[in-house]
Ligand binder design. Structure first.
Ligand SMILES: [Zn+2]
Length: 179
């Protein structure tokens, strides 16, 4: 299905490329985007259950159901999205407006156990998570480099660390293909 301002690929899982995004979700995003008139940078759309963020949860969330997208946005644009979201059929609005990883989460989920709808919330863990992951990976890499000459740490660990860092970056950076 063609959309004026979105490509389905923008919503693919950044961990494996699988794409289970709902077309209804993109339809609603397109309508809202058309009204607001500025680009929506999608930082996260569909996330498979093995995606690092979903894997941490007790039960996979709306992203794993293909019903949610995070839009990288701040300031007055973020306020415009939040103000208009309900009128365009979004039932879940998550607000993260602290630090570098600012975004508005929009989803079209129905009410479920432990998932009230319509609902708005803010994230308390994201800043901690983003910076925490970054910091601990850097620290582990430092440790690895410091002890690289010993037999205490394997080459395998180095590649594991690099893989984790890549995964982390893919999971958090905005897509560049935004229209
Ligand atoms: Zn995946």
């Amino acid at each position: 299905m063609p959309w004026e301002n979105f490509k389905e690929e923008e919503f693919a899982c950044k961990h494996c490329g699988k794409n289970g995004i709902s077309h209804e979700l993109i339809n609603k995003l397109q309508s809202l985007r058309t009204e607001l008139g500025f680009p929506f940078i999608i930082t996260s759309g569909y996330r498979c259950e093995e995606h690092p963020i979903e894997a941490r949860k007790k039960t996979p969330g709306t992203h794993a159901e293909g019903l949610a997208a995070d839009v990288y946005v701040r300031g007055s644009k973020a306020l415009n999205i939040v103000s208009r979201a309900k009128d365009y059929g979004f039932t879940g609005v998550g607000v993260n407006q602290k630090g570098d990883a600012r975004f508005i989460h929009l989803d079209i989920s129905e009410e479920k156990q432990d998932r009230p709808r319509p609902h708005i919330w803010s994230y308390w863990w994201t800043t901690l998570f983003y910076f925490g992951t970054r910091l601990s990976l850097s620290f582990m890499f430092l440790l690895y480099t410091a002890s690289a000459q010993t037999l205490l740490m394997s080459k395998g660990l180095k590649y594991w660390l690099i893989k984790q860092e890549k995964k982390y970056l893919h999971a958090t950076l905005p897509n560049k293909t935004c229209i």
